[in-house]
Design a protein around this ligand. Structure first.
Ligand code: GAP
Length: 432
């Protein structure tokens, strides 16, 4: 398995991920996605959206605002309970999560203070006055935007139970121990579904969603042996959850959470009904009852998913005595689908034909044209960023109007005609 230093260096060198504010020495735990990283993340999000919203009858989408009434976070329990117990070292003043240290400071062996709760929501002020009345929070989860819009969505779409509301968006947490590259950051993106079900059917749906989400990661290339499920113990469960399973991935720094699937019961809808004074129940036409649906929540992190896809795709092999590094990214996830490369960059007719081919393919795929090195180097560059197909234009192409298409994984080379190239690649790169 790739080590983190190698992966971080590849991500920077090739333009996947850069340290935030690097020219100022970096800004702790924040990362910027470069030209390839942004494509990879967009692919993760669009595959998730296509599979879970567009391809299903029972889930609709939402894009709620990040800033919400502070009442939302009081009702949801986050103001009171979204906190970590912290201790300070009396000698070196360093701060640690209480459950990650023993009796003494791990840095200088100094005495530690009693643990106290530290709320991990970012606070800000709305409007020109910085007082208690204008406090607002950056959302620590996208979920609450869904709960407070439950009735709006249900009445606008006339959905019947069971149905889900999906959302992708940024979330913020003032993490005490961020780290491991993009694994734990203070600003990150979530992809969440709140799936509303009849009480009594929640356990069955809980099992269904655990399985669905595991299969989804496998479908996009994560190897089965690198995924496992872990049930939360009673002391670990969030304040809103009756049961939670984490899908864990075998990262280079150890097994860690990729996505959580929680049975949130009717906790959130009841809390919002109580705090807002609004009726948040669902009217069950068949029985004539007003009920609070139960909620199953598959909640994943896009940054973590992208990191797991990169780790799992990284591969080194020896070809003709030389090391070949490649990202075996699933074709849907690969940031660039096709690279068009002229074999001879000093032959203007070859270059012109290659550029024309790239231009014709661009409306259909993310395409790179590159003529800045020898063909061997150009192939290595594309392997390293996971481009599934390289199209090479040579002198013979001028005569036979055909090109060489090289497959990233098998390195097999085929020679379709230029007129058939688009159809050939569309077939190879068809959506999952
Ligand atoms: N609404 C439920 C919820 O937010 P969570 O387990 O706290 O549950 C869900 O977060 C997912 O969000 C995690 O599985 C992880 O993928 C991602 N996530 C949470 N905190 C993160 C952080 N600090 N940095 C990056 N991703 C994070």
């Amino acid at each position: 398995m790739v080590d983190m230093d190698t992966l971080v260096s590849l991500c920077k060198r090739r333009g996947f991920i850069f340290q935030s504010s690097e020219i100022y020495g970096g800004f702790g735990s924040a990362w910027d996605y470069g030209p390839l990283g942004v494509e990879l993340k967009r692919n993760v999000k669009s595959d998730w959206w296509r599979d879970l919203v567009q391809n299903r009858e029972d889930i609709v989408g939402l894009d709620a605002s990040i800033l919400m009434s502070p009442q939302v976070w009081i009702a949801s329990g986050h103001v009171e309970k979204f906190s970590d117990p912290l201790v300070d070292c009396k000698s070196c003043q360093r701060r640690f999560k209480a459950d990650q240290v023993g009796d003494r400071c791990p840095e200088c062996d100094g005495e530690l203070t009693e643990a106290r709760q530290f709320n991990t929501m970012f606070k800000t002020f709305v409007g020109p006055v910085e007082d208690e009345a204008s406090v607002a929070y950056l959302r620590p989860e996208t979920a609450q935007g869904i709960f407070v819009n439950f009735l709006n969505v249900q009445s606008a779409t006339r959905r019947k139970l069971p149905f889900g509301i999906a959302q992708i968006g940024k979330a913020f947490r003032n993490e005490i121990t961020p780290g491991n590259f993009t694994f734990r950051t203070r600003e990150f993106e979530q992809m969440e579904i709140e799936y509303f079900v009849k009480p009594g059917t929640d356990e069955e749906w809980f099992d269904y969603w655990i399985n669905e989400r595991l299969e989804w990661y496998k479908r996009y290339g994560i190897r089965e042996e690198n995924l496992r499920l872990r049930e939360h113990g009673p002391e670990e469960l969030s304040h809103y959850s009756k049961a939670t399973y984490d899908i864990e991935y075998n990262f280079p720094f150890g097994w860690s959470e990729l996505e959580g699937i929680a049975n949130r019961t009717d906790f959130d809808l009841r809390q919002h009904a109580e705090f807002s004074g609004k009726d948040m129940t669902y009217f069950h036409e068949e029985t004539g009852e007003h009920i609070y649906p139960y909620v199953i929540e598959p909640s994943g992190g896009i940054d973590r998913a992208a990191l797991a896809f990169l780790v799992d795709a990284y591969h080194e092999e020896e070809v003709k005595g030389r090391k070949r590094v490649l990202l075996r990214l699933h074709r849907d996830l690969a940031p660039v689908k096709v690279a068009v490369l002229p074999l001879l960059r000093n032959r203007p007719e070859v270059v012109a034909l290659a550029k024309e081919i790239a231009r014709d393919l661009r409306p259909h795929f993310v395409v790179i044209y590159d003529d800045t090195a020898s063909i061997g180097r150009l192939y290595r560059r594309q392997d390293e960023i996971g481009t599934p197909y390289c199209v090479t234009v040579d002198v013979q192409s001028l005569e036979d109007r055909a090109v060489t298409v090289r497959d990233r994984d098998s390195m097999e080379q085929l020679r379709p005609s230029i007129s058939q190239l688009k159809g050939f690649l569309l077939e190879k790169l068809r959506v999952c």
